[in-house]
Write a protein that binds this ligand. Structure first.
Ligand code: SF4
Length: 458
């Protein structure tokens, strides 16, 4: 299966692409399997099994809720986030699930969701299984899936090896590394955005690609606008206040420091707005994940606001380059915090924002890759230690910081000229993968180390 940029940029409800979006996708796949097997009417009950990181941080990431909504047939893109609390309340009160949106089956979350943080499958730390029973407890059908980051799901029998699982050979310009992408650009005399655009034509017409890119950009923009209206505390009980709106008001009034902080203030407010919305189960775009969903929108909005001559064409080029340059990360490393730590989420997002902005500003192929390499290089080693398993601390603040880092990486690389940088784009991605493999499990979305263990409730 080849990867489209629209597999990277997906619209959904937060807070986590692997632990919220992924389970909904897996549940949908499970429902399809039941239909295919002709079991739709025979099912009398369902069970959910959460393994490894999926269980250890699943409560804070709302994995139980996402699994239930997925089994009811919810589509992450069209799910009405405002209606989620009422749906949860109804499921818990009536102890039933509207399976596939078609028929009610008994379901008690306390009894039918099994939290198996003690067991991790060797294939991937994010295991989730669904079992359909006949009502008397007899299992009719069971499937195990792995949520491998960024909302991507593989089945138990699918290969987990990135290159084998997602070879790119059906595209006119297949590539798995930055070097291959640069060579294609040189051979064809095209920019990275043009190569990625032509690859997208495998799935969509030119107009449909452009329309979807602009739709993705519009949802990103809306997530900033909605996030900037938010007040009160972020859900989860950590006492973390939503501050994006207040920061934006201060920026508009003119803060101390004046122009010195103008760009970074705006980027901070935009990234915080998206992340506060994400943590509140609002609608965002995976870029490449939901834990890192504030970085690309913040830098894209800064491009539209500040870059001379910014245009819709520039927005499309931004997203094409950002999405296209993330594919080598997906193939050769991982977007999964449970697999490689936060460097695979926030680090990859910072790479995407840097490559996208450089492309939109008319940077060369070398400069696009250099900017991405620099942004990712200086996120290497970033651990994932979310307090109480929530996508709040450190996740929210980490986004504005990485967004500003991406912009600075663009500035530094574009001022340096056009020489290929060392370490190269591909070397940094390889370092990400190796660092992730060496990282203790405590720092890979288990909430068993770092900030998650030093945090003291007041
Ligand atoms: S620390 Fe990073 S990888 Fe972990 S949940 Fe937060 S954003 Fe995701």
């Amino acid at each position: 299966m080849a990867i489209s940029v629209f597999d990277i940029f997906k619209i959904g409800v937060g807070p986590s692409s692997s632990h919220t979006f992924g389970p909904m996708v897996a549940a949908s796949r499970f429902l399809g399997e039941l239909e295919e097997a002709g079991l739709g009417d025979a099912v009398g009950g369902v069970e959910v099994e959460l393994y490894g990181s999926m269980a250890l941080t699943g409560k804070g990431h709302y994995t139980d809720l996402a699994s239930m909504l997925g089994l009811e047939g919810a589509d992450p893109e069209t799910l009405d986030s405002a209606g989620i609390p009422a749906r949860r309340e109804r499921i818990e009160r009536e102890r039933t699930l509207h399976l596939g949106g078609r028929r009610m089956v008994p379901f008690d979350p306390d009894k039918h969701i099994h939290w198996r943080g003690d067991k991790t499958y060797p294939k991937h730390p994010n295991g989730i299984a669904f079992a359909a029973t006949d009502g008397a407890g007899q299992v009719l059908h069971r499937s195990l899936y792995f949520s491998i980051g960024g909302g991507f799901i593989v089945g138990d029998s699918d290969s987990i090896h990135p290159t084998a699982a997602i070879g790119d050979n059906s595209k006119p310009f297949p590539y798995t590394t930055g070097a291959e992408l640069a060579a294609l650009c040189a051979r064809e005399g095209k920019t990275i955005a043009q190569i990625v655009f032509e690859n997208e034509l495998v799935w969509r017409t030119e107009k449909a690609v452009r329309d979807r890119l602009l739709e993705i950009a519009a949802v990103m923009e809306k997530s900033i606008e909605v996030g900037l209206q938010g007040e009160g505390e972020v859900p989860g009980g950590l006492g973390v206040k939503r501050i994006a709106k207040d920061i934006m008001s201060q920026v508009k009034e003119g803060t101390r420091g004046g122009h010195l902080f103008e760009l970074s203030d705006h980027i901070n407010a935009y990234a915080l707005a998206v992340m506060e919305l994400n943590a509140s189960l609002g609608q965002v775009v995976t870029a490449p994940t939901m834990g890192s969903a504030g970085i690309v929108p913040a830098v894209l909005k800064a491009y539209k606001q500040y870059a001379p001559g910014a245009s819709d064409d520039g927005v499309c080029d931004f997203l094409l380059a950002a999405g296209g340059c993330s594919i080598p990360v997906k193939i050769n490393a991982s977007f999964s915090g449970a697999e490689v730590g936060c460097q695979g989420e926030v680090g990859a997002a910072s790479l995407m924002a840097a490559t996208g902005l450089t492309q939109a500003l008319g940077g060369s192929v070398t400069q696009v890759l250099n900017a991405g390499a620099m942004a990712l290089e200086h996120n290497l080693g970033l651990t994932c230690d979310p307090v109480k398993g929530l996508v709040v601390v450190p996740c929210i603040n980490r986004n504005p910081l990485a967004a500003n880092k991406a912009v600075n990486a663009v500035r530094l690389t574009m001022l340096r000229g056009d020489e290929p940088a060392r370490p190269s784009f591909d070397e940094v991605i390889k370092a990400l993968y190796l660092t992730g493999k060496d990282m203790s499990d405590k720092y890979k979305e288990t909430s068993q180390g770092g900030l998650a263990v030093v945090w003291v409730d007041c």
